[in-house]
Ligand binder design. Structure first.
Ligand code: SDX
Length: 434
């Protein structure tokens, strides 16, 4: 990545009786940044920003979010345009390379991904070590972390050719590994990928085909799932992407970094929210119980939160949620599931929450996870597979961000500092004197 940090102004700070000056860099879109790398050297103080609410961890050209306006751009292209007009392979190419591909480049990239979809036969033995009722995300963390034991020829992160091979292997094998995790949980045999199917259709077939009969992918459903994958591909420096970057900053191999990202995404406050949101809708069960849950969500003494609502960055409607909502109706119509009770609960919950002063004042809107659960369940996936599908799609963003981090001339090992408020220095006291 070519760094383009242009100083547009200077910031002055008074700390501990010292005056310090810092360059201010301008952005293409969004907030400027104050470069505080010399803060400690100039003032002897650190910044304090738990959760990094006002801290840019890196320079990036991949994704931009305007949380107030509800805008999401992948390499400058609005997410709704890409979801409507593009497809998984083309958007993956865009995120990795920075530009939309020519026909030839797209075909070449597509072929390369297709030719890496199979996994080493011995990888199958990892699944047998898990209980059949293991959560598929636990299996994903384990199996993806083990990939570095199989692909030694693409773990040298300083070799751009090995980084490219590892990137294509990771993107290509995630659907196969995810489908195997699902099949393992059902007790059905694994289904091999097929080279004549597109990325998303291949994944659906590996999940839902059985050896006893051929499986015809419904193009309306695979197109909807392809759109859902596009929505989930990248999202600036979210928790799991920051995990991948931090793991990668030590020089860890890409497979281990992606496994770390999967582990972080699993959390219910992050990628696990789609599973939690559907479980919540099922717990609510009917429209007349919504007020009870709205009350709980507002109660400071109750840890319950409306899953699928709120976001660190979006203080407006998540643009992905709008596309997700449309895809949800598209899938339910295609499957002739008109009276899906959970959809009625979701739409009424959304209506009530968007009018409730608590949610309006705190700018809590539905996020991508609010409608995805209903859609994925209608497509035939069990609830515990929802975050696996999120991880499958986000692998493209994780790989793009990991590559950008490796190539960033300003990048160094991530090593945050702290404010220490523990016990002052003191001497050891022998036990018979305590
Ligand atoms: C994803 O970062 C990303 O980009 C993530 C993601 C991606 O693509 O990578 O977009 C994917 O993770 C989407 C978010 C999915 N998570 C959920 O839907 C879980 C429910 N949402 C919350 O846990 C919460 O909104 C977060 C974690 C998403 C954001 O939390 P923040 O930014 O730390 O905000 P906060 O917790 O400080 O909330 C601000 C206020 C608080 O009240 P006060 O302390 O100010 O009085 O809003 C309240 C919160 O209590 N609040 C909620 C709420 N979310 C926030 N109250 C009820 N229900 C909620 N869902």
């Amino acid at each position: 990545m070519k760094s383009v940090l242009n100083q547009k102004d200077t910031a002055t700070l008074q700390v501990n009786g010292k005056t310090a000056e810092f360059p201010i860099f301008g952005a293409t879109h969004g907030p400027d940044v104050v470069d505080i790398r010399s803060l400690y050297k100039q003032t002897g103080a650190f910044t304090f920003d738990p959760g990094f609410t006002s801290t840019a961890s890196c320079e990036s050209k991949i994704t931009y979010i305007d949380g107030d306006e509800g805008v999401l751009l992948y390499r400058g292209y609005p997410i709704d345009q890409l979801a409507e007009s593009s497809n998984f392979i083309e958007v993956a190419y865009l995120l990795l390379n920075g530009e939309l591909p020519s026909k030839e480049d797209k075909a070449k990239f597509d072929r390369s991904i297709t030719m890496h979809t199979m996994v080493h036969e011995q990888l199958k033995h990892f699944y047998n070590g898990f209980r059949r009722d293991a959560h598929p995300m636990a299996i994903m963390v384990g199996v993806v972390g083990a990939l570095s034991a199989f692909y030694h020829d693409s773990t040298d992160i300083n070799d751009p050719v090995q980084r490219l091979v590892a990137s294509h292997r990771m993107i290509a094998k995630m659907p196969t590994i995810a489908a195997m995790a699902y099949k393992y949980s059902t007790g059905q045999a694994f289904v091999f990928p097929r080279n004549d199917l597109d990325y998303t259709s291949n994944f659906m077939r590996m999940c839902f085909a059985v050896q006893a009969e051929e499986y015809e992918v419904n193009p309306v459903l695979s197109s909807a799932l392809d759109k859902i994958f596009i929505l989930h591909m990248d999202h600036e420096q979210n928790a799991s992407t920051s995990t991948v970057r931090l793991a990668g900053s030590s020089g860890a191999n890409p497979f281990a970094c992606i496994a770390a990202g999967i582990a972080s995404l699993w959390g219910p406050a992050h990628g696990g929210a789609n599973e939690a949101a559907l479980n919540m809708l099922e717990e609510i069960g009917s429209v007349d119980r919504i007020p009870e849950f709205i009350k709980r969500a507002k109660d400071k003494n109750d840890p319950f939160r409306l899953m699928g609502f709120g976001h660190r960055v979006y203080k407006n409607y998540d643009p992905r949620a709008k596309v997700m909502r449309a895809a949800c109706h598209e899938v339910l119509d295609a499957l002739d599931v008109k009276d899906e009770p959970l959809l009625k609960v979701a739409m009424e919950l959304e209506r009530i929450a968007l009018e409730d002063p608590y949610f309006v004042e705190k700018r809590l809107y539905p996020n991508i996870d609010f409608y995805s659960g209903i859609t994925l369940r209608a497509l035939g996936f069990p609830t515990d597979m929802f975050t696996v599908l999120f991880a499958l799609a986000r692998t493209v963003g994780w790989i793009a961000q990991w590559s950008e981090m490796i190539e960033d001339p300003n990048q160094k090992i991530g090593r945050p500092r702290q404010i220490y408020t523990g016990a002052p220095e003191r001497n050891y006291v022998p036990i018979n004197q305590r």
